[in-house]
Ligand binder design. Structure first.
Ligand SMILES: [Zn+2]
Length: 471
């Protein structure tokens, strides 16, 4: 039975009878031959080349990140492990999950195996014995898998790798006895993806064992026996450089086995908006017109611009895309609760409470001295409203502006909820340009007045949707 400590590879000439769902099958014939024998990395390579040939993006659900996508494909094609480096909330986990679709949808595995062993090259003791000694080996289909390994500083060897004991075999335990073999998270990822979330937080002694498993394809048991373990998994990891303080670093030999791909915030405002819309949970309710999408996304982005926005200089933990996503939800929720067709400025709250709701827990100041977090948020929103209104104001042509002001001056006081914008012929032209749907008319009317107010001072906002002309 010494073969259980060696690599076992079954050839067609000395194979047992393989049975799937009660029927004997020839696993080396179609359609079964595509679902065993190959390594995960081989499957991944084939799939990437297939996508490349068709000119398709395997990660199309990820917004932007063109360079990062290329680097990931390149690394995977070279059979490397990938380490995503970046702050939380920028999609490291989403990226790792989208790699899953490069794996075959299902694989053939030995039935009952806790690590879904390949029928021709099993890794666990009990499956090696089955294919070597049994006349019939039952198989089953297993779906592709993505196993998250949390970066827990308290993680034990048993949780990460599992329990493996040659001593127990010598004592006469059955090969599939839990004392002999119990797979931990990493072994459960056999023939799938193992995603190490915060790899640097895994205790360094365990990182050494991981390195042994990935690189040497073996594991040293607590009794000191070296057991060969041909685990075949795609190793993807993530790390947040901001978390290094207080947690153990990633050990150098392990670092040396991974290609680091930085994952930062969305590069453009448009990408930020797209990510927000794609991931928000409220799929209907009040409409979010483009100007409000811009104000919200800009508020978050200004929070990251330490060099451009003076209040952002005080922010130590910056708001991620999760802030954008939640703010889209919160503002839509506030408008929907009031029965609105589209979002209005007052839906941000009198003192932007709705924006604070989505931002307070997602950013930290260096220290709260001189200015509070709430005040910083108010300034960020103000900046974003100013910028967006400036854009709208500069969209008005010079000869269009005087007749607009004449109309406003005649009216004196205007309520966007009560007055009919069609009665302001020249303003109406601008409302039509902005509104994407009839539902957005009121909101467009308001933002035009707000833009004139902020950029010229010729109109003043005196209440919710109410403006007074001062010219
Ligand atoms: Zn097995």
């Amino acid at each position: 039975m010494d073969y259980i400590f060696e690599d076992v590879i079954v050839k067609p000439s000395d194979a047992p009878k393989y049975v799937l769902d009660g029927v004997e099958i020839d696993i080396w014939s179609e359609p079964y031959e595509l679902h065993h024998s190959k390594s995960i990395s081989e499957y991944v390579k084939e799939k990437i080349l297939e996508y490349d040939k068709e000119g398709l993006d395997p990660f199309h659900e990820i917004v932007g990140k063109a360079v990062e996508k290329e680097m990931v494909k390149n690394a995977l094609l070279s059979a490397s492990s990938v380490l995503f480096v970046g702050k939380k909330g920028y999609g490291k986990t989403t990226f790792s999950k989208s790699i899953l679709k490069l794996l075959p949808e299902k694989l053939l595995a030995i039935k009952g195996c806790r690590i879904h062993d390949d029928p021709v090259k099993p890794a666990c003791f009990s499956c090696k014995k089955k294919v070597m000694e049994d006349e019939v080996v039952e198989l089953t289909w297993v779906p592709r898998k993505w196993i998250r390994v949390p970066g827990d500083p308290m993680m034990t060897t048993r949780q990460l790798i599992g329990g493996i004991s040659i001593q127990k075999i010598k004592e006469g335990y059955e090969l599939d006895h839990p004392e002999v073999f119990t797979p931990g998270r990493v072994l459960k990822a056999n023939r799938g993806i193992a995603y190490f979330d915060e790899l640097g937080s895994i205790p360094s002694a365990l990182q050494t064992m991981l390195h042994e498993l990935i690189e040497e394809k073996q594991i040293t048991t607590p009794e000191g026996d070296i057991v060969p373990l041909r685990i075949d998994a795609l190793f993807i990891a993530s790390t947040n450089p901001a978390n290094y303080r207080g947690t153990s670093d990633i050990k150098e030999p392990l670092m040396d086995r991974m290609e680091a791909v930085p994952i930062g915030p969305p590069e453009s405002l448009e990408e930020e908006i797209q990510i927000g819309l794609k991931n928000m949970s409220l799929k209907d309710g009040a409409e979010l017109p483009e100007w409000h999408l811009k104000i919200i996304a800009r508020t978050v982005r200004y929070g990251r611009m330490k060099d451009k926005c003076r209040y952002a200089a005080r922010i130590e933990v910056e708001p991620s895309c999760r802030a954008t996503i939640k703010l889209f939800d919160h503002v839509r929720a506030a408008a929907t609760r009031k029965g609105r067709k589209a979002v209005m400025l007052s839906d941000y709250g009198k003192k932007f409470e709705v924006m604070k709701l989505g931002l307070r827990s997602r950013m930290e100041l260096d220290y709260e001295d001189g200015i509070s977090k709430d005040e910083v948020i108010e300034r960020l929103v103000e900046e974003a409203v100013n910028r967006t209104c400036g854009e709208i104001y500069s969209g008005i042509l010079p000869d269009e502006f005087p007749p607009m002001m004449e109309e406003l001056s005649e009216a004196g006081e205007i309520s966007v909820y009560e007055d009919n914008p069609r009665e302001f012929t020249n303003i109406w032209k601008q409302v039509i340009i902005l509104s994407k749907t009839p539902n957005q008319v009121e909101s467009a009317f308001e933002i035009i007045l707000e833009a004139i107010s902020r950029c010229t001072g010729l109109v003043e906002r005196i209440g919710d949707g109410v403006y007074e002309c001062k010219a």
